[in-house]
Design a protein around this ligand. Structure first.
Ligand code: ADP
Ligand code: MG
Length: 263
């Protein structure tokens, strides 16, 4: 049985993709079988895992349209250590095509169910919107991980996302819960960031992950080498923070061999 998590935040450039590829690599490092699902037509998580989005024969688009299974469409990201259900620009068209189809919210859920025995973790990198693609992610998942920068407007956007999660939970997917907020690109020298971080803990309590991801240039450089930062430079502060976050995730939600996965 796999546990399925969306990495979501409707803002762009907040660290979703960086979180997704590095958590995937961090979990793979501790022996978890991981599938990364790229739900963003930009295909950054695909490329950042070392898979060329331009040469993908089958990808998540085919899975959403039910012309391929996950097992058929996934590829191995050898160096990163996990499987990738990739995306490219084709996926932007799926959004329009899905509108006219039945079970349009649930296409991904059905496909992932069929692949559940092959993975301990499935991580879904969502696009920067609360679109039909994101909805497919939320309808498939057990939980949502929200990466966020501790900036002035951060809390504002969070309300919309939390409400969306509540609505999906109430109407479409009873399993869905907010797993946690991950503070990313954090710089403790900036007073405002420390203040927002404190506010977050006041409002969300233990929904704020203990792990904090620092701003670290090695994490930003890694995608151009087609590697998660965790693999590109394991000694870097950014990589170490993500390895610690992977351990925190396993502790919170269970992992291979954990009884919570057998339910
Ligand atoms: P999103 O997927 O939410 O759009 P990304 O993960 O692509 O966001 O991150 C946006 C930019 O910030 C990218 O250039 C990425 O390399 C950089 N970045 C993300 N996290 C960090 C970090 N902790 N330190 C430094 N740069 C980061
Ligand atoms: Mg992204």
């Amino acid at each position: 049985m796999s546990r399925i998590f969306c990495i979501a935040n409707q803002k762009g450039g907040v660290g979703k993709t960086t979180t997704c590829v590095n958590l995937a690599a961090g979990l793979a490092k501790v022996g978890q079988r991981v599938l990364l699902v790229d739900l963003d037509p930009q295909g950054n998580a695909t490329m950042g895992s070392g898979v060329d989005k331009r040469t993908l024969e089958t990808n998540v688009y085919d899975v959403l349209l039910e012309t391929a299974t996950v097992a058929e469409a996934k590829v191995r990201a050898e160096k990163a250590g996990y499987d990738v259900l990739g995306a490219n620009r084709e996926l932007a068209g799926a959004e329009v095509e899905l509108v006219a189809l039945e079970r349009r919210n649930e296409r991904l859920r059905g496909a992932l169910k069929a692949a559940a025995a092959d993975y301990d973790f499935v991580l879904i990198d969502c696009p920067p919107s609360l679109s039909l693609l994101t909805l497919n992610g939320l309808c498939s998942a057990h939980g949502v991980i929200v990466p966020m920068q501790c900036e002035y407007f951060a809390l504002e956007g969070l309300t919309d996302l939390v409400n969306t999660i509540k609505q999906v939970h109430a109407n479409l997917n009873r399993d869905l819960e907010l797993i946690g907020l991950l503070r990313v690109m954090f710089d403790p020298r900036i007073t405002l960031q420390t203040q927002v971080s404190e506010q977050l803990k006041t409002h969300f309590g233990d929904k704020v992950f203990d792990s904090v991801i620092p701003r670290n240039v090695r994490l930003a450089e890694a995608p151009s080498y087609g590697l998660p930062g965790v693999v590109f430079d394991p000694a870097s502060r950014g990589a170490q923070a993500f390895v610690q976050f992977a351990a925190e995730m396993v502790e919170r939600v269970g992992g291979k061999g954990d009884r919570r996965l057998m339910a």
